[in-house]
Every structure is written in structure tokens, then in C-alpha cells.
Design a protein around this ligand. Structure first.
Ligand code: GS8
Length: 218
């Protein structure tokens, strides 16, 4: 098979890519990388990503990519005529707005939400309880970001406009885990953010991926 994805079904960065592949109705092979055994820090995997992180996508024998957002951009561009148009390739202004909100997710949203998800999902696996100071600081940070989302989503159905795109898709993995934490009210109490979340998380491509998003006993 031409497309090989190295990763793990419960990993947020891996699922960011698998959702994009399902939106495009593509066949691919998911090759599991055993993080607990440290497989990603061993030479065979390091030759694919020298930073020792999943996911990695191989397209044929001559292209190896890492960084989940760069991979989804490649998938969306290479297969732009197939499945959902995730980059608005026919309209340069819409395409630019997609890029803006892709940056917002990576620069504003992820830095605030990921420490919260980490404290509730990863710390317990390491035998620790969630650090409330870290949770509180990031809840405050995320709340401010979500106030901006609430205003934006009261003007358009999705982040970059009235169309679903990579900008929305990139939010799915972390928000999915976040909604299982005691902090989910941050989304639920903002009506436009909540309606957006209900919409994007009910897409068939995501539902398929969410089945494998089981972290520890949650
Ligand atoms: C981050 C990759 C990453 O942190 C991306 O691909 O978007 N910016 C990169 N991968 C994590 C799993 S994320 O679910 C990983 O490989 N962690 C293993 C480790 O840190 O040892």
C-alpha cells in the first residue's frame, strides 16, 4: 500500500492524520509504534523521524514526512479532488483563512489544552494525580482563547468560514480527550463553541477514529 502511517490509535497527533485520511476516503496502512517499549527512540524509527516522535507518513518509497499538521496539509493538497476539500483550494482568500486558523490551533489552542489533557490522562498512568496548579493556569489560558472562538463562531459556522476545513479538523484529537475531563464546561458553557464541537465531532471520519482513542482505562 502506498500510504503507510506509523503511529498509535490513541495518540492525538496520529489521529489528526487518520481523520484527514478518512475525510479523503483513502486506504492506508497503520503501522503501530510501541511508545511504551520506546520503539520511537530506536534507530529504525529514528531514521524516519530523527526527533523520535509519532506520527510519520510514508508515501511510496521516496517520501517520508513527520509533523502531523504538515502531513495533513500534504494529504489535503495531494488528494484535493477527492473527498472533503479541507484547504479550499479553489479560493485563495478562503485558503488563506484556513491557514490562519491552522496557526491559531497550533500557537494558541494546543499550548493551553494539551497540559490539561496531560494532567488528566498521562499523569495517572505515571502514578501521579493531576497537578491542580497546572490545570488552573491552563484553564484560565484556554478560557481566554475560547472567548475569541465564541465570538468568531457566532459569525461563521466553522473557524475559517462557513465550511469545514483542516482548521477545524486539527482541533478534534485534543478536544475529544478534553471533553472527558472535569474542565469540559469550558466548551459546554459557550453556546457557539459547543454547537461547533457537536458538529465537528459527529462527522463520520472522526467517529471512526474516536473508536480507537482509548487512553489507559478512559
Ligand atoms: C508532535 C508529535 C508528538 O508530540 C506533531 O506531529 O504534530 N508536533 C508534533 N508526538 C507524541 C505523541 S502525540 O499523541 C509522541 O511521539 N510522544 C512520544 C514521546 O514524547 O516520547
Amino acid at each position: 500500500m502506498a500510504l503507510k502511517l506509523y503511529g498509535a490509535p490513541m495518540s492525538t497527533c496520529t489521529t489528526r492524520v487518520t481523520i484527514s485520511l478518512y475525510e479523503k476516503d483513502l486506504d492506508f496502512e497503520l503501522i503501530p509504534v510501541d511508545l511504551f517499549a520506546g520503539e520511537h527512540k530506536q534507530p529504525p524509527f529514528l531514521s524516519k523521524n530523527p526527533f523520535g516522535l509519532i506520527p510519520v507518513l510514508e508515501d511510496g518509497d521516496d517520501l517520508t514526512l513527520f509533523e502531523s499538521r504538515a502531513i495533513t496539509a500534504y494529504v489535503a493538497e495531494k488528494f484535493k479532488e477527492t473527498g472533503t476539500d479541507l484547504i479550499r483550494h479553489k479560493d485563495i482568500k478562503e485558503a488563506a483563512l484556513v491557514k490562519v486558523w491552522i496557526e491559531v490551533e497550533s500557537q494558541q489552542y494546543q499550548p493551553a489544552i494539551s497540559p490539561i489533557v496531560y494532567q488528566y490522562f498521562v499523569a495517572p498512568i505515571q502514578g501521579k494525580s493531576p497537578d491542580q496548579a497546572i490545570v488552573d493556569a491552563n484553564v484560565e489560558k484556554l478560557g481566554k482563547v475560547l472567548d475569541i472562538y465564541e465570538a468568531k463562531l457566532s459569525e461563521s459556522k466553522y473557524l475559517a468560514g462557513d465550511f469545514y476545513s483542516l482548521a477545524d479538523l486539527h482541533h478534534l484529537p485534543y478536544t475529544y480527550y478534553f471533553m472527558k475531563t472535569p474542565c469540559a464546561s469550558l466548551v459546554n458553557e459557550r453556546p457557539h463553541v459547543k454547537a461547533w464541537w457537536d458538529d465537528i465531532s459527529s462527522r463520520p471520519a472522526f467517529k471512526k477514529v474516536a473508536e480507537g482513542m482509548i487512553f489507559g482505562d478512559k
